[in-house]
Design a binder for this molecule. Structure first.
Ligand SMILES: Cc1cc2nc3c(=O)[nH]c(=O)nc-3n(C[C@H](O)[C@H](O)[C@H](O)COP(=O)(O)OP(=O)(O)OC[C@H]3O[C@@H](n4cnc5c(N)ncnc54)[C@H](O)[C@@H]3O)c2cc1C
Length: 555
């Protein structure tokens, strides 16, 4: 019997074996062949060295510990200090700040706007995907800070003051006047209690309050029902002026150093996205400046929304890749019925099917990012308009089903949180949010119909699909019929169906130009030619599983 206070020895029955080790200290870029090929295709001129560096960081045990801690020690709202003064601040664990600093250092929040280098948005998009594999929720303010620039340009004076700080690689979490900060972050406020998709129902009001160096100034009174990352330095919001819904720039700290009249009512208790604070706020005569034309706020703020939609597609692709990597790594180590799981025929089918989905998502999201790199090119602009709602709809829609199947590959271990170490559980909880925020699925499908009204979508799609002519008979058939059907315009009731068809056709065409024949054949046979079931793991027995799995392995 052990002496009192001595550690109890393990029972002889407590033997740990056949339990896979964690996937740590792996370079997330070097092991992501699909991303490397997509990168070469979309921006062959790019030097991938920064991505190699970011891939090593994102895969490191140290950063993974930060990701765990930031999700376990979730943000806390401090409405008042202990003397009763209003604070309206959110307190984060130091690991949150470590992750934010790393993302800003990598330029994921704004680097492309500070350079004229070709491929800058593609480079940033690939980095965003890699970082998502580490921790997705802190990327909410990072994404909003990236997305704000095109809209913010509509107030040249604010833009001139804030743009250098939005592209700076320094992260400063404190609430201070922007002049005292080396770098800043920005968020957005559209959604109100009575409507998020239908922002025209916004009830927040803004009354004119003169003008200064930043242009027409307003006093804003109202509320926002979802207001993520409220510790950002400023926000673009929608409010009603006498001319109609207008886009306004609302800083948290005013230029004179006083706090703007914004109250954080409470933080949302969310399913996932735990490290990020999402809040409800109210404004009482808060000070804000006009961005763009009064009464034209919705199209102006949607210039920001368009880029956050790109990030939803990128983010989900990154999460898919990480879920796949975890599933492959686990099944390569775990034995069942006398074989490694990855050697079991049915598990090979599941894993290969997931690998196809992940690679197709990667290819589509990065292709979309290229559209934002070359906005001056008419074809690229048409492709960005067409593929933004399609990619956001389709990739995000596939995310949750994907995460469930990848989780199942880990068996019971996949479902366990274990103090935040259950990375798969975290991915699963995160997946739905990219589909809901920044325009839920139906809103994306309806936006596709709007994009088709521009008239050049059919020609842009035909051009895109023609590049893969001859790759697979099913793709050829689609390429000859789909662009014309796109021109005919679907009715609202069929809009999701059209979005799915275009997404799959473009994914197939991209894979034909970036992926090995085994991937292309299996993707086209399953997704385009009907040789597939309704769950993952229903590929034909003729599939070249070896080639698909070898390409996807994370070590
Ligand atoms: C974690 C999180 C953070 C968020 N952060 C922010 C933020 O920082 N800033 C911000 O402004 N918002 C934010 N949002 C809000 C988000 O953008 C909205 O929740 C989303 O746009 C949907 O709006 P809603 O919740 O009002 O739902 P609704 O608009 O009521 O929509 C409900 C459902 O109806 C569907 N629907 C709506 N209209 C139609 C139609 N005409 N035809 C068919 N279907 C339709 C939608 O697709 C959706 O599925 C956040 C949301 C979440 C979950």
């Amino acid at each position: 019997m052990p002496a009192p206070g001595a550690a109890m020895p393990e029972f002889a029955t407590h033997e740990v074996f056949n339990q896979p080790g964690p996937l740590v200290d792996v370079n997330l870029f070097e092991t992501h062949r699909a991303l490397q090929d997509a990168l070469r295709f979309n921006a062959p001129e790019l030097d991938p060295a920064p991505l190699r560096e970011l891939g090593a960081l994102a895969g490191s045990a140290e950063m993974q510990t930060h990701a765990r801690l930031a999700n376990v020690h979730t943000p806390e709202l401090r409405t008042h200090d202990r003397f009763g003064h209003r604070l309206d601040e959110v307190e984060f664990h130091p690991s949150y700040h470590a992750l934010m600093a790393a993302a800003v250092r990598a330029g994921l929040h704004g680097a492309p706007w500070g350079t004229s280098a070709s491929g800058a948005h593609v480079l940033r998009a690939a980095g965003f995907m890699l970082f998502t594999g580490l921790e997705p929720s802190i990327l909410c303010p990072i994404s909003m800070s990236y997305a704000v620039t095109p809209a913010l340009r509509a107030n040249a004076a604010v833009y001139a003051d804030w743009a250098p700080k939005l592209t700076s690689r320094s992260y400063d979490p404190l609430l201070k006047p922007f002049t005292e900060k080396p770098g800043v972050t920005m968020g957005m406020g559209m959604t109100e209690k009575q409507g998020g998709s239908d922002v025209r129902s916004n009830s927040t009001r803004a009354v004119a309050d003169g003008s200064d160096g930043w242009g027409p100034r307003f006093r804003v009174t109202g509320h926002k029902w979802f207001f993520s990352a409220p510790m950002c330095d400023a926000f673009l919001i929608l409010a009603n002026t006498p001319a109609g819904l207008s886009c306004l720039f609302l800083p948290r700290v005013l230029p004179d150093g006083s706090r703007n009249a914004l109250r954080i009512q409470r933080l949302k208790d969310k399913l996932g996205n735990k490290a990020n604070a999402s809040s409800e706020v109210e404004f009482q005569e808060a000070t804000a400046w006009l961005v763009g034309e009064e009464g034209r706020g919705v199209p102006k703020i949607l210039e920001m929304g368009t880029l956050t939609r790109l990030d939803c597609a990128l983010g989900t692709s990154g999460l898919m890749r990480q879920a796949l990597a975890l599933a492959l790594d686990h099944t390569r180590q775990r034995m069942a019925f006398g074989k490694r799981l990855i050697e079991q025929p049915l598990m090979r089918n599941v894993l290969a099917d997931l690998a196809l989905e992940s690679e197709a998502a990667t290819a589509l999201a990065l292709r979309l990012a290229r559209g934002y790199d070359k906005r001056g090119d008419a074809h690229e602009a048409a492709i960005a308009r067409l593929l933004t709602p399609i990619s956001k709809f389709w990739i995000c829609k596939r995310g949750s089903a994907f995460a469930q199947e990848a989780m199942e590959c880990l068996g019971g271990n996949g479902y366990v949180e274990e103090g935040g170490e259950g990375v798969m559980a975290r991915i699963y909880r995160e997946m739905p949010v990219n589909s809901i925020w920044e325009g839920a699925g139906n809103i994306m499908a309806l936006d596709l119909l709007r994009a088709l009204r521009s008239g050049d979508a059919g020609a842009a799609l035909a051009h895109e699909l023609a590049a893969a002519r001859g790759a697979h008979p099913a793709l050829d058939r689609l390429a000859s019929s789909l662009p014309a059907r796109v021109e005919e315009m679907a009715t609202e009731v069929e809009a999701r169906r059209l979005a799915q068809e275009v997404a799959l056709a473009v994914q197939a065409a991209l894979l034909a130009q970036t992926a090995p024949p085994a991937v292309v054949d299996a993707f086209c046979a399953s997704r385009l030619d009907g040789d597939w079931g309704q769950a993952f793991g229903t590929l034909s027995g003729r599939t070249d599983f070896d080639a698909i799995l070898l390409r996807a392995l994370p070590r």
